[in-house]
Design a protein around this ligand. Structure first.
Ligand SMILES: Nc1ncnc2c1ncn2[C@@H]1O[C@H](COP(=O)(O)OP(=O)(O)OP(=O)(O)O)[C@@H](O)[C@H]1O
Length: 288
């Protein structure tokens, strides 16, 4: 799965302690005291979290644990009640999603209705950096933004090729299968050549034939030196692909470690079982 020669980030994890808040040898993201409440409910309350550069880190936890909220906070798509975090050594808390992306930390988004009515290529171009032409339409700058547009299109085509979507470039994004949409979401997030990519349930709604292809893309990104943080429910995927796993329950990090550490961690088992029991008590049967 991992290439030991190229995978410096993973190699450097050897000494990381499998405990909540553990220090990493070369963290790309460091968060402290990140909190978010909704009314009386504390959705996220993360004391200390470090994500190692160049690894695939999974963020897991039972339903309602706070995974999506933490994603939204870190990437500037929700407002924190408290806390700070740095990315590549620079503070990014309080920055808008756009500025966080420019700093090199991007997240994937599910295709909204509006985006499904655009072509695959136009979806890619929307993820492009700069959008210089739109902001500065002055005629004297035309050569500059035309050059940028050409460069964006070249990059989009290169990524569509890589993700095997190039033949679909003129199709409406809404006509893609579930798996192809996930590929497009991933490809689009790479338009800005980010250092870190955050994937929100990359396998949801993907048929088994495309799962392997998506997994291959995720490991390739890591092997090229990018950092991947992903939220996922599929345990086989999580255990098979992750270099490190962070477990959230009721907004807090209750465990961290390699898949082998997490698999046998009693607190993790209890958190999942507890959540299941709560669901059973209210009569639900959420298998999400
Ligand atoms: N905008 C909001 N308003 C009110 N409560 C919210 C809001 N967003 C999230 N919550 C609550 O915060 C808690 C954490 O939700 P979150 O969606 O982050 O969990 P999750 O771990 O991503 O769950 P799932 O695995 O089910 O997607 C839940 O109790 C949820 O109901």
């Amino acid at each position: 799965m991992s290439s030991d020669e190229t995978n410096v980030g993973v190699d450097r994890m050897a000494d990381a302690e499998p405990v909540p808040g553990s220090a990493k040898p070369d963290p790309i993201l460091v968060a402290d005291g990140v909190r978010r409440s909704f009314g009386g409910l504390t959705a996220v309350d993360v004391g200390h979290l470090e994500v190692q550069r160049g690894t695939i880190t999974a963020l897991i936890g039972p339903n309602g644990a706070g995974k999506s909220t933490l994603f939204n906070l870190l990437t500037g798509f929700d407002r924190v009640d408290g806390g700070r975090w740095t990315f590549q050594g620079g503070a990014v808390n309080g920055k808008s999603g756009h500025r966080v992306a420019r700093a090199g930390m991007v997240r994937t988004f599910q295709l909204t209705k509006a985006l499904t009515r655009m072509t695959v290529l136009d979806n890619m171009l929307l993820g492009a950096p700069g959008q210089f032409g739109e902001r500065m339409a002055g005629a004297f700058l035309r050569p500059v933004w035309q050059r940028q547009e050409r460069e964006n299109t070249r990059r989009a085509m290169e990524l569509l090729e890589r993700f095997k979507l190039v033949d679909k470039r003129e199709d409406m994004a809404g006509s893609l299968s579930g798996g192809q949409r996930k590929l497009l979401e991933m490809a689009r997030s790479l338009m800005t050549d980010p250092a870190m990519i955050m994937l929100d349930e990359p396998m949801a709604g993907v048929n088994p034939a495309l799962v392997q292809s998506l997994l291959g893309h995720i490991t390739s990104l890591r092997d090229e030196g990018k950092t991947v943080l992903f939220v996922e429910h599929d345990m086989d995927v999580i255990m098979g692909i992750s270099d490190w796993i962070v477990v959230l329950a009721q907004g807090r990090v209750i465990a961290e470690g390699r898949p082998s550490d997490i698999r046998s961690n009693q607190q993790v088992i209890d958190a999942y079982l507890g959540a299941q029991e709560e669901t059973a008590e209210v009569g639900g049967s959420d298998d999400d």
